[in-house]
Design a binder for this molecule. Structure first.
Ligand code: MG
Length: 263
């Protein structure tokens, strides 16, 4: 072999060694798989801070006014929070959503069981995630703080002491209905209480009444968020919601939504 042929072989061998070092060994034998789906670019969202909403959220209460709520004028607003003094519901309606709210049970403990720090957040005006002062306060488990009322207890009791601020982060998939009024797909609720998972994609069994078992009845694709008044001055602040369901081109008129009637 001539000297030039030998140096040519060495050059090729060197090139292989260099390339082998630059590319993972696996890729030499198994080319990368790609789905081929042309995904749209995820929108950029400013996530906000612990006390402010993400940039794509609808702010329902920023500490200054409750104009986004029917009945909000019944509540007292002071020092950046609002005091529960009557049932209120959002003027805007929502289906699938991510909801954030902060609440505090009265610092002065009065009453017991369901009579202590009771309120509730109603998804679509029908499905209650219970708000209660369940810090060292026994009641029936599927009615304590963080329960899906009369359907499912929270996985754990993550309550803070009376008077301390607490957070709910709720991810809700609304139920769907067929034309014959039967359930096409049930609703699902996930709840984080003070950052702790307490309801994990729970399948809703229907509405959450105090005096009747859960059942579904067909309703529109969207409904209000309601906050319950149960006689206790529960405080609220920093409420926002992200709409996870694009608005249909045309919505039929909504029938009246019932007043919250649970615990
Ligand atoms: Mg309640």
């Amino acid at each position: 072999m001539s000297r030039s042929a030998r140096s040519g072989r060495l050059f090729v061998l060197g090139l292989i060694v260099v390339c082998a070092g630059a590319v993972p060994a696996r890729a030499w034998f198994f080319p990368e798989w790609k789905s081929g789906i042309e995904w749209p670019m995820p929108p950029v969202v400013d996530p906000g801070t612990a006390s402010s909403a993400p940039s794509d959220a609808v702010v329902l209460f920023d500490g200054t006014d409750l104009s986004a709520w029917e009945g909000g004028d019944k509540w007292t607003i002071e020092n950046g929070y609002a005091i529960d003094q009557g049932n209120i519901r959002t003027k805007e309606e929502f289906g699938d959503c991510q909801l954030h709210l902060e609440f505090a049970a009265p610092e002065e403990v009065k009453g017991s069981g369901q009579g202590r720090g009771n309120s509730g957040v109603y998804l679509m005006g029908r499905y209650e995630v219970q708000i209660l002062d369940s810090y060292d306060n026994e009641t029936y488990y599927d009615g304590q703080c963080g329960s899906i009322y009369k359907q499912h207890p929270p996985l754990v009791n993550a309550c803070r002491k009376p008077g301390e601020w607490q957070t709910y982060d709720i991810i809700f998939t609304a139920p769907r209905f067929n034309d014959d009024r039967t359930v096409k797909s049930p609703g699902y609720v996930t709840v984080l209480h003070n950052g702790v998972l307490i309801q994990n994609h729970f399948e809703l069994l229907g509405d959450t009444k105090w005096d009747a078992p859960p059942s579904y009845s067909k309703h529109p694709e969207r409904g209000p968020i309601s906050l319950q008044f149960h006689g206790n001055p529960v405080r609220f602040r920093n409420i926002w919601i992200r709409d996870l369901m694009p608005a249909p081109a045309e919505m039929p008129p909504s029938p009246p939504t019932p007043e919250p009637a649970g615990e």
